[in-house]
Design a protein around this ligand. Structure first.
Ligand code: IMP
Length: 193
């Protein structure tokens, strides 16, 4: 493969993923490197569809093989929502705390504590040639928020076989088990093996 383009506006993700590719002596291009602006509307109903919308957009703009990701949390007590709307859902509350309160209340109402994070990565290597890599992290919603690491829903999510929330785990530990790292590792082994 000539070069590879990672389509994302998230600076932290770009830094994280560029690091992984550097250790493999592989040049990863980002939106900034290619001087591209604009982004497609994420109108997919699944993580896979949204990731594919983004990777196809990047490929069509540049002709360079392109990958993109989409992630979120699915919560049993909310009928497995917010899913692809995870960012919108948390942002519509006045604070993260009031969002978490709403989630805790839904569990008090129906007793359903399960949840999972999912990441889908789509790699577009040619027109209409996409490969999808998925990662899933299963667990439960905690009884109260805890921890100061991470972001988003980390303070209320306890991974299966753990007693702490994701926000109580170190970043390195989270990266060992996370939905995102599972999907990225599948992409990496596809590219480098
Ligand atoms: P994105 O598609 O990776 O940007 O994720 C969309 C939204 O899902 C984020 O804004 C977070 O609210 C939530 N999310 C995704 N991954 C994680 C995670 O690892 N921890 C906590 N929240 C996450």
């Amino acid at each position: 493969m000539r070069g590879l383009f990672f389509f994302s506006n998230n600076k932290n993700k770009i830094i994280e993923i560029k690091k992984i590719f550097q250790t493999n002596k592989y040049k990863l291009l980002s939106l900034e490197d290619l001087n591209i602006d604009g982004e497609p509307e994420e109108i997919g109903r699944t993580f896979e569809e949204n990731a594919k919308i983004k990777s196809e957009y990047g490929f069509n703009k540049t002709g360079i093989p392109c990958f993109a990701d989409d992630s979120g949390i699915c919560i049993e007590s909310l009928n497995w929502k917010p899913g692809v709307h995870s960012k919108k859902f948390i942002n519509k509350f006045k604070s993260k705390e009031s969002c978490f309160k709403k989630i805790f209340q839904s569990i008090k109402n129906n007793g359903k504590k399960r949840a999972y994070f999912k990441t889908s990565i789509s790699l577009t290597i040619n027109k209409n040639e996409n490969i999808i890599f998925n990662g899933k992290l299963e667990g439960t919603i905690a009884e109260k928020t805890d921890g100061r690491h991470g972001f988003g829903y980390d303070p209320i999510f306890i991974p299966r076989n753990f007693e702490e929330t994701l926000a109580q785990l170190s970043i390195n530990k989270k990266n060992e088990i996370s939905h995102r790292s599972i999907a990225i590792n599948k992409l990496i082994s596809f590219i480098f093996n």
